[in-house]
Design a protein around this ligand. Structure first.
Ligand code: GDP
Ligand code: IMO
Ligand code: MG
Length: 425
């Protein structure tokens, strides 16, 4: 089985875009299975930098079939803008397909996201305000509108009418917001429909046939394990399943069609948005990492919170995702630090715990237990594993030991040529 899932093992922004693009050179198909344009995946090729929100990171490769699965929520305006951006830069989107079962984001979803966050006050989640949560709510409420509905004018018009009535009432009664014009949204979306139509397909069939034909299929996760609706730091999570379990329902294939699962892991920890973060550094070391690693959100531009590597989190991600390997990124960012710390466990109410707790109230009380490692010099030009400084190798080996998975790839910079493969996938 040559299919491979690429998941974020922490709170997102681990470098999934870079790793997916790197691996896509040997892949036939790349599939996004959840999330929406809350994701920001950066791919650097030579001097070019691409920021992808919805379109799989395999798109930069000419012959790779790229698929947006049913588990994704799609903002057509954002989608068409991304297509335009790529085409203007000479990247073909001829090999792009979207599932006809994908749910659509509407302007009222974005407005509800925004107004709900304001209403939460100091308890806000820190969402990207892209309408992700409200769209998944409609999906589970069974009133969502899908691409296959958009493709049929009468069905779409009817569903939109029913939705707008409910949403406008909710926006007015709850937030005093005037609401949206049915005609305006109808016309705008019918216009989008014709632009989207050439991309629409039964994505499950495409992926099934590709796996059956022994083609190499990559499933590109967005967000990360700790943002998973069930296994993340609830309620400070996103509304989908970024974990490998999300692939089956987000694409429409069975677990027997999944081969390996690689977790993308940053050599330290970052998080955007709110919620507890045991190894967070609210000091000059955290600021140094933020500046050196350019830790600012791809989607919202917010500064990312930075902290030391947390092996409790990554060991949890190894278990929840069934990781068969780790792609360790941004080791170069930690260069030139006199000491690098690694969290090996938490202390909670005087007891040492090694498994990630369910309750964020407990997590907020967890004190990290650290081991210290001597630092290393610049490694951004190293291309062979055994040429890495001994101190880096010790750090990597300890991560493997603590987390229970092998590091199969090391990334020492954002570009493709700054990648060291230890074990081929
Ligand atoms: P994603 O959401 O997981 O795809 O990650 P983002 O693209 O949001 O953030 C990762 C950032 O780190 C991007 O700017 C990447 O270009 C960059 N990056 C990825 N791997 C490395 C690495 O090994 N070293 C450095 N310095 N930057 C990296
Ligand atoms: P990539 O794929 C980091 C965070 C938001 C917020 C929470 C909920 O680039 O790793 P949402 O808008 O999804 O309802 O916000 O999830 N979040 C991310 N953080 N990387 C991402 O994606 C994220 N997508 C959402 O900041 O805390
Ligand atoms: Mg990102």
């Amino acid at each position: 089985m040559s299919s491979l899932v690429i998941v974020g093992a922490q709170w997102g922004d681990e470098g999934k875009g870079k790793i997916t693009d790197y691996m896509a050179s040997k892949a036939d198909v790349v599939v996004r299975y959840q999330g929406g344009n809350n994701a920001g995946h950066t791919v650097e090729v030579g001097n070019e930098k691409y920021k992808l929100n919805l379109i799989p990171s395999g798109i930069i490769h000419d012959n790779t079939l790229c698929i947006i699965g049913n588990g994704v929520v799609l903002d057509p305006e954002a989608f068409l803008n991304e297509i335009r951006m790529l085409q203007e830069r000479g990247i073909s989107t001829a090999n792009l397909k979207i599932s006809d079962r994908t749910h659509l984001i509407f302007p009222y979803h974005k407005k509800i996201d925004e107004l709900t966050e304001i209403q939460r006050g100091s308890n806000d989640i820190g969402t990207t305000k892209k309408g992700i949560g409200p769209t998944y709510m409609d999906k589970t409420e069974r009133i969502g509108i899908r691409i296959c509905d958009l493709m049929k004018k009468d069905i779409f018009a009817e569903k939109l009418k029913a939705n707008i009535e409910v949403k406008n009432k909710y926006l007015k009664d709850f937030f005093g917001f005037e609401g949206y014009s049915y005609d305006e949204i109808l016309n705008t979306y019918l216009n989008y429909a014709e632009q989207i139509r050439p991309y629409v397909a039964d994505a499950s069939v495409l992926v099934y046939e590709a796996v059956k034909a022994d083609k190499k299929v990559l499933f590109e996760g967005a967000q990360g394990t700790l943002l998973d609706l069930d296994f993340g730091t609830y309620p400070y999570v996103t509304s989908s399943h970024p974990t490998s379990g999300g692939v089956c329902s987000g694409v429409g294939i069975g677990p027997s069609m999944i081969g390996k699962v690689v977790g993308v892991v940053k050599a330290y920890t970052t998080r955007v948005g709110k919620g507890p973060f045991p190894t967070e550094l609210n000091d000059e070391i955290g600021e140094h990492i933020r500046q050196k690693g350019f830790e600012f959100g791809t989607v919202t531009g917010r500064p990312r919170r930075c902290g030391w590597f947390d092996s409790v989190i990554v060991r949890y991600a190894v278990r929840i995702n069934g990781l068969t390997g780790i792609a360790l990124t941004k080791l170069d960012t930690l260069a030139d630090m006199p000491i690098v710390k690694l969290c090996v466990g938490y202390k909670l109410n005087g007891e040492i715990i090694k498994d990630f707790p369910a309750s964020i109230a407990d997590l907020a009380l967890c004190e990290p237990i650290y081991e210290e490692f001597p630092g290393w010099e610049d490694i951004s030009g190293i291309t062979e594993y055994n040429k890495l400084p001994t101190n880096v190798l010790r750090y990597i080996e300890r991560i493997e030991e603590l987390c229970g998975a092998k590091v199969s790839l090391v990334s020492v910079g954002p570009r493709r040529d700054q990648t060291i493969v230890i074990e081929e996938y």
